[in-house]
Design a protein around this ligand. Sequence first.
Ligand SMILES: Cc1ncc(COP(=O)(O)O)c(C=O)c1O
Length: 403
Amino acid sequence: MITLEATGAAIPIDDHCVAHNYDPLPVVAASAEGAWITDVQGRRYLDCLAAYSAVNFGHRNPEITAVAHAQLDTVTLVSRAFHSDRLAPFCAALAGLCGKNMVLPMNSGAEAVESGIKVARKWGTDVKGIPANAANIVVAHNNFHGRTTTIVSFSDDETARRGFGPYTPGFRAVPFGDTDAFADVIDDNTVAVLIEPIQGEAGIIVPPDDFLPRLRSLCSQRNVLLIADEIQSGLARTGKTFACEHWDVVPDVYLLGKALGGGVMPLSAVVADSGILGVLHPGEHGSTFGGNPLAAAIGSTVVAMLQRGQFQCRSAELGAHMHQRLRQLIGRGVTAVRGKGLWAGVDIDPGSGTAKDVSVRLARRGVLVKDTHGSTLRFAPPLVITDDEIDWAVDQFAAVLAN
Ligand SMILES: Cc1ncc(COP(=O)(O)O)c(C=O)c1O
């Protein structure tokens, strides 16, 4: 049994000088490899969060770190003031993976979302012919797209919003999964529908099977861009390269991040055809670090790894095993299990404690998961996890619930 209280001096120092915008588990990581994290006192934890899916390929994946080391010895940053020999190959490869022909490279996920919103609004003005400042974008209730001022403006999570107004106008929210509700609010000034194909932070909410196909048709009929935020759901997490593939849906715009940087660098992207991304001209958008050679070299490697397909297969196969094991706990402290691939939202019976309590008790047993929305735990291990490790993690979970 692990005593979390003896985690060294880092936690009190964190409390003093690190802004309290997160509520971390009392675990102080010192190193990590594959699916495992080791703390400052040498205790090992099975990571079943994978940095919210940014570490899909495992901590310090050797193929990714080799490229990163080599790139550190050549060139790391020139800004977009110059070209680099890394950016174009990365963008061409990523566009190919998405079946599109243009990429806007950024850094964080929220920046990709912000950029997607800007591109959609500019497309609305320049291509669709909407009057200036009249564009609207339709989003889903319980969305999570990041934490910037504009993004929290269309969140309905009061904790994320309260105190941060005034808010950016131009968004309409309707229930996730309800295509008719989307149809009702789309009007002549709608430029885009922005959705997570599977809602991650909301608790791994998988929509009804007809939702995305019907939304795709609706957007095409009404000349509205379908923007899929695959920042958490994409890049092999659900057993496919993109979660949209589960329903054979191709969005007009992909928003990517997290695992695109291989767990090493912040790297995000807006990916679309030039008829959409081509609306941006010099000076209209940018980021000093966006598309830097170090991130681009890593991103190219990530795309090459995804093109081989084995991470998608691992996620599908091991995910089926993980879901089957987790479902056995329904009625034994668990009320529901949702998700696809190695991505599961597990609702905890209130009688077994809050999801936060359960995550702390699990950490004491060496398994790291994080709660979301009070009563849900998210299991999203690195895709390099093994069947035996999944069994061990679920056994620890069962033991915590039984106590
Ligand atoms: C679907 C989705 N979009 C956007 C973001 C924001 O990404 P970042 O934290 O890198 O800004 C997240 C983060 O969890 C996310 O899950």
